[in-house]
Design a protein around this ligand. Sequence first.
Ligand SMILES: Cc1cc2nc3c(=O)[nH]c(=O)nc-3n(C[C@H](O)[C@H](O)[C@H](O)COP(=O)(O)OP(=O)(O)OC[C@H]3O[C@@H](n4cnc5c(N)ncnc54)[C@H](O)[C@@H]3O)c2cc1C
Length: 396
Amino acid sequence: MARTVIVGGGIGGLAAALAVTRRGHRAVVLERAVTFAEIGAGIQLAPNGLHALDRLGLGDAVRARAVHIDELRFMDGVSGAHVASLPLTGVYRRRFGNPYVVVHRGELYGLLLDACRRSAAIELRAGARATGYRQDASGASVLLDGGEQVAGDAVIGADGIRSAIRRQLVGDGEPRVAGITVFRAVIPMERVPEELRWNAVTWWAGPGRHFVHYAIAGGRYLNLAPSVENGVTESFAGVPVDRERVRGAFAALDTTARRLLALGEDWKSWSLVDRDPVDRWTDGRVTLLGDAAHPMLHYAAQGACQALEDAVVLGDLLDEDADTIPDRFEKYNAERRERTARITHTARASTRLWHPAGAEAKARNEMLSALSGTALHDQVAWLHGAREFGTAGARR
Ligand SMILES: Cc1cc2nc3c(=O)[nH]c(=O)nc-3n(C[C@H](O)[C@H](O)[C@H](O)COP(=O)(O)OP(=O)(O)OC[C@H]3O[C@@H](n4cnc5c(N)ncnc54)[C@H](O)[C@@H]3O)c2cc1C
């Protein structure tokens, strides 16, 4: 029975463990943190992410806990005018075969973790920080910072945007700082006035900035995520920030948007980072998955969905034969690079839609408001509607 060593116990690493063990492998997941846990608020899952979870046996459990969103609502953040809504009910669900949901990150992670714990083929090791890998014709091993080597037939680096495995395999340095700061706060729904509650992921688009909000945790909380292009050059994550600074950055937005922002407390800030897509993230018996392979701005709300898709495609390609691993990893990489690169570029380009001012914003509003529900569905079909997650799906 082949043994796969997975570096990183995030959403991607746990999904990979489930996927490879469904194909007869044993898996050990090495996580540098002292416990297996995920922090953070809500995570949007489009139908493609749920299809991947269905394939991992977790779709029903996620759908049962998630908020099923009715629309993606696009507002002119300066005038407060409703510009367009992409409906996510009836036709959308039938066409794409799953709903569009928001689930609490901790809940999604807990389901993946429980499934891993239930599997006799998966070993979970916390407090294990990888520094690199070694391989020869018959196997591959992960080096830990205490000097230990964890040996197996294959290595999957699912260790996130600053992956140690990627550093050795791709060697493309630090991530790109996008010059954008995102602020996040979560507020109990009972503090949100009735007239400001609706079941949508809502964008308020303004010059050089926008504000997104949606319900999480079964509708008990509202997640606020405004972001601004401020030319920030440093990378930072989860840094507390004064509420006045957040309000000041979005002072030009319409009254309703500002009322919602004013409800936020205990704000934290992140500078956004990603990487240019690369064609190759596989080296013999070693490959990458999730943010380690193709980190993207969260503007397409697809990073976790893509990690789940990776896991499914990789699992589908494997069999119990350890000798075929290099070949299967090559195929996985080839299947996934085009779709994930397209999404990375789409996420970057989204600021061109959300951040214009003046005449450009007016033209954008006219263009979006002229699109029917079906036309809007056509726009996202390649992304949300994918059920096969390889090259053919990327081109559709
Ligand atoms: C603000 C924000 C909002 C987002 N919203 C969405 C959304 O709505 N929908 C969506 O699909 N995606 C979203 N994403 C993206 C999503 O969160 C990520 O793409 C996803 O979590 C990546 O999972 P991963 O397992 O590949 O990496 P990570 O979650 O980064 O996990 C990597 C794991 O590896 C561990 N690790 C790191 N280095 C080592 C090492 N050397 N040795 C051992 N372990 C190591 C880490 O501790 C971590 O547990 C969002 C991201 C951000 C920042």
